[in-house]
Design a protein around this ligand. Structure first.
Ligand code: ZN
Length: 508
């Protein structure tokens, strides 16, 4: 009698920072369920993404490959690329994915490969309630324009506003007046709203878990289930119950809307934004709590159907989120600082006692091979990472330098011009991190994360020569290998997919 194959559940949470999880030491109760689960799981204190945002992060998670590894004009997985999913499907696993409406991990970018059932919630039947209709989008745009000073010829109201604003500034009331006027604009531009649900842009974790539990009722053999949650993603509209549980207060939808609109303003300086930070982070944290509640519900369902004892569970994030640590908000590909690059990673393996996990950096490149070894499955040669399962099991540190990269400023990977920016790259070992922008005159900054965890005091590379040079050498080797070791056939397939899509959409 052969041993029973283990099942795998991979949960990825968009925008979840490592340091906002209780099991990583956060002081707010964002993750009570996961904290309890952490006592019987491997928790990697230094898990590092291979790229940010979503479209630069997932190739490593699924295909154990760096995001620019097939060329900067290839976004997502290439057709026919070996992934965690395709390996498990070939081994006879039942496979399903439920992803909360993130277009960058849809079939458009090859993520459905190997999944028998793939639900990305992007179809018209899942048109989200919070997704603005063209008309309300227009109202919102006008309100934003008004609030930020108004278009040059926006009529009498704007003229009066400009005069009163000047008057208020003259008597030192500029920000106060501006704030009141902004609140007035929001009220003017948007209908009153009572429920957070009506503002939400993405399906909640509750919806995703409902679908997963329904699918699991048919699971008899070993399965691979991937869930992607968007609850902590901006705009931050957490379920009211999660907000209540986290803060002990009732959530107010109109207050949350005001905070989100304020946080999104491009005309406020960091000092004024900072005054809102605490309350915005509270909303973000409540999104994390919502995910925790739903993971608990999922595990309860698995226990009820006697599947849990055979389930390996991995929980991680595609990248973090910025809250002004370095003057920015959200997660644009212009930073590889820790608030973006370090993510939670927890692996629960049934029947294996927890050991202390070393603080060596664990690149997402190693995730798929490690999970495959845990499942006793073959690891494809194309995977660039390696399994660290033995190290985890035996509590042994490993020598590794984790690399994170993106195309600087590529906010829209559909636009070819966006993809032509310089490469932004970081290389880190357990203690040091080198950040460089690779362009004609490359700039490098070295951080000592032990003495300067907030990355506020960069050194020039020359100042700490041996460390800086070792990291620099790793970066150079990575870039060289990325070009010489590129899989030409996969690259071609991915380029052909792009061309076909462009031809079909008439943009060629
Ligand atoms: Zn993301």
């Amino acid at each position: 009698m052969g041993t029973r194959k283990k099942s795998l559940i991979l949960i990825t949470v968009d925008c979840l920072r490592a340091d906002h999880c209780g099991f990583n030491g956060y002081d707010r109760p964002t993750t009570p369920f996961l904290d309890a689960l952490a006592t019987e799981s491997y928790v990697l204190p230094t898990a590092v993404i291979a790229g940010a945002p979503t479209y630069y992060s997932f190739p490593a998670i699924f295909a154990s490959r760096m995001p620019l590894g097939l060329g900067r004009d290839v976004i997502g997985l290439a057709p026919g690329e070996n992934t965690l999913t395709t390996v498990l499907r070939r081994a006879g696993y039942a496979t399903a994915a439920f992803c909360a409406a993130n277009p960058y991990i849809s079939p458009r970018f090859g993520y459905e490969q190997g999944f028998e059932h793939f639900e990305d919630f992007l179809g018209p039947e899942f048109c989200m309630k919070g997704d603005p209709e063209p008309e309300s989008r227009d109202r919102k745009r006008r309100a934003k324009q008004l609030a930020e000073g108004g278009p040059p010829d926006s009529g009498l109201r704007s003229a009066i506003n400009r005069i009163s604003r000047r008057g208020a500034r003259a008597v030192g009331l500029g920000p106060v007046y501006d704030e009141l006027y902004f609140q007035y604009c929001i009220r003017l531009a948007s209908p009153p709203v009572d429920r957070m649900e009506d503002l939400r842009k993405f399906p909640s974790a509750e919806v995703i878990v409902d679908h997963a539990l329904a699918w699991l009722t048919s699971a008899t053999e070993a399965f691979f289930l991937w869930l992607h949650f968007m609850d902590p993603h901006s705009p931050y509209y957490p379920p009211a119950a999660a907000f209540q549980q986290l803060t002990g207060r009732d959530a107010s939808a109109s207050a949350a809307r005001y905070l989100n609109e304020s946080w999104n303003r491009s005309d406020l300086n960091v000092a004024r934004l900072r005054r809102k930070k605490h309350r915005v982070v509270e909303l973000y944290d409540a999104g994390i709590r919502a995910v925790d509640i739903q993971i608990a519900r999922l595990v309860e369902g698995l226990k009820r159907s006697h599947l849990w004892d055979n389930c390996v569970l991995g929980v991680t994030a595609d990248h973090g989120e910025e809250f002004l640590e370095h003057g920015r908000r959200y997660h644009a590909p212009v930073s590889v600082h820790e608030e973006i690059a370090r993510v939670p990673l927890m692996i629960r393996v049934p029947g294996v006692a927890k050991r202390n996990v070393p603080a060596s950096p664990f690149s997402h490149l190693h995730l798929a091979p490690t999970l495959l070894e845990i499942l006793e499955m073959p690891i494809p040669d194309s995977f660039r990472g390696k399994s660290l399962w033995r190290n985890l099991r035996e509590g042994m540190a490993w020598e590794d330098m984790a690399i994170t990269e993106c195309v600087f400023g590529c906010n829209n990977p559909f636009r070819a011009t966006d993809r032509s920016g310089p490469r932004l790259l970081s290389v880190r070992d357990e203690r040091h991190k080198l950040v460089m922008r690779v362009e004609r005159s490359a700039t490098e900054q070295l951080y000592d994360l032990e003495c300067d965890p907030a990355e506020e005091k960069p050194h020039a590379v020359g100042a700490e020569r041996p460390i800086g040079e070792r990291l620099l050498q790793a970066a150079v080797t990575h870039i060289q290998r990325g070009i010489s070791g590129r899989d030409a056939a996969l690259r071609l397939k991915a380029r052909l997919r792009e061309l076909r899509i462009e031809l079909r959409s008439g943009s060629l």
